[in-house]
Design a protein around this ligand. Structure first.
Ligand code: B12
Length: 156
């Protein structure tokens, strides 16, 4: 699977498998969601760096610089994901070197269902938002379609 880093114009310093950084938000202590995503992404051929739960925004930014991922996958299920996510993506997009890094978020992002937060989170800077109730297939499809996105942008 190729991830859309070239489409975004950023070239990570590492070669080989695409590298995906998996993280939760600052307030969220749940961990099995992160383990699930790590296993799924590894099964799909990625090199995964799972930095765990309760990650402060500035630590996430530092870890992005340290690991130079092709994509960041944020997961939250505690009901604060939309609030935490909006704050963290605003902080990350304010960093010029990370402004085009592909970053997605998913899980149980609010207490009223995350579909109400999708557009807001996209507007704040996420590349995609995945609501728990939709199941995992939209995420799989997103990852599988990424090479086409690269081709489309390259020929545009
Ligand atoms: C185990 C658990 C805990 C454990 C966590 C232990 C641990 N080490 O992880 C403990 C007891 C610590 C805990 C604490 C809390 N919990 Co809790 N917890 C659960 C529980 C029972 C299971 C979660 C789990 O492990 N699921 C297994 C994993 C594999 O699945 P998952 O987390 O659902 O993730 C799936 C999807 O959401 C999706 N997904 C997740 N992230 C992403 C990201 C992307 C990009 C994509 C594509 C998909 C995706 O993929 C996963 C697989 O399908 C759920 C209820 C439930 N049945 O889901 C509540 C639940 C998540 N907890 C909840 C709450 C409220 C809390 C607390 C706030 C309770 C409290 N008042 O203290 C605290 C939160 C503390 C904090 N700071 O975050 C609520 C969240 C409500 C909401 N979002 O609307 C839930 C849903 C219970 C409920 N029905 O109210 N919890």
């Amino acid at each position: 699977m190729a991830l859309p880093s070239t489409a975004k114009g950023s070239h990570p310093a590492h070669a080989g498998k695409p590298r995906v950084l998996v993280s939760s938000t600052s307030s969220d202590s749940h961990t099995w969601n992160l383990v699930f995503l790590q296993l799924l992404l590894e099964e799909m051929g990625n090199d995964v760096v799972n930095i765990g739960s309760c990650v402060p925004d500035d630590l996430l930014i530092a870890e992005c610089r340290r690991h130079r991922p092709d994509m960041v996958v944020i997961s939250s299920v505690n009901g604060h994901g939309a609030l935490d996510g909006e704050r963290l993506i605003t902080a990350l997009r304010a960093e010029p070197d990370l402004s085009r890094l592909p970053v997605v978020i998913g899980g149980k992002l609010g207490t009223r269902g995350s579909s109400v937060f999708g557009q807001r989170l996209m507007d704040a800077g996420f590349d995609a938002v995945f609501e728990d109730s939709a199941g995992i297939e939209p995420f799989r499809s997103y990852l599988e379609l990424a090479p086409h996105a690269v081709e489309l942008e390259a020929t545009a």
